[in-house]
Design a protein around this ligand. Structure first.
Ligand code: SF4
Length: 209
């Protein structure tokens, strides 16, 4: 499969925030979000076998592994890689963009799926596959990046309409300006988590390897 980079960092997002993590960033993504912070992964990268990827991950000596992109599910070998990582005892998160069908994935137990729903300001909200939401369970997470009030209202509507059974995470674009989003969530009594992008606090935009 085509991989842009494999590196060790602190997980900056989601429910494993703060954990030292081995990241596998695949190349390629079918979306072009306006605020994308990893455009470098759209077409660069190198072909690697699953065995080579596993060896590189093992050298990083992390319990947590995050398969991210780009868009991992744009590559046909991602489910096989996920199964191998889980079989080898890693705690694995798959980050996916909400536009890829999750029902095509073979059943992979113990995997945490972290799925985005792209809000209107991304320019890609019409590509979301909302039927994916019902496939997410209590150990999965649904993430919304919020740019403005229209995005916040959209996220609220989606949450109300689909009643996700997983954890719901709202993060401000850029990952740092949490106050107004936190105040809206408290005022509206939403049962969600407001989370930063921790890596942006630690390294600014330098850590998008
Ligand atoms: S889905 Fe992710 S990688 Fe793809 S364009 Fe959007 S932000 Fe970038």
């Amino acid at each position: 499969m085509k991989v842009y980079s494999i590196f060790k960092s602190i997980q900056g997002e989601g429910l494993t925030i703060g954990a030292p993590t081995a990241f596998i960033r695949t190349s390629g993504c079918p979306l072009r979000c306006t605020y994308c912070d990893t455009p470098q992964a759209f077409d660069k990268g190198e072909q690697m076998t699953i065995e080579i990827i596993m060896a590189k991950v093992a050298k990083l000596k992390c319990t947590h592994v995050c398969l991210t992109g780009g868009e991992p599910l744009a590559q046909k070998d991602s489910p096989r890689l996920l199964k191998k990582l889980l079989d080898d005892g890693y705690q694995v998160v798959l980050e996916t963009n909400g536009a890829m069908p999750l029902d095509d994935m073979p059943c992979v137990e113990n995997l945490t799926i972290s799925m985005d729903i792209k809000c209107p300001s991304s320019g890609e909200s019409e590509k979301m596959l909302f039927q994916n939401i019902e496939l997410l369970g209590p150990t999965d997470q649904l993430k919304f990046i919020i740019v403005d009030d229209a995005d916040y209202s959209y996220a609220k509507e989606v949450i109300e309409k689909y009643s996700p059974k997983c954890e719901i995470i709202l993060t401000p674009v850029g990952g740092k300006n949490l106050k107004s989003l936190a105040e809206k969530v408290l005022k509206d009594g939403l049962d969600v988590r407001v989370l930063p992008q921790l890596h942006k606090f630690i390294w600014g935009d330098e850590d998008n390897r």
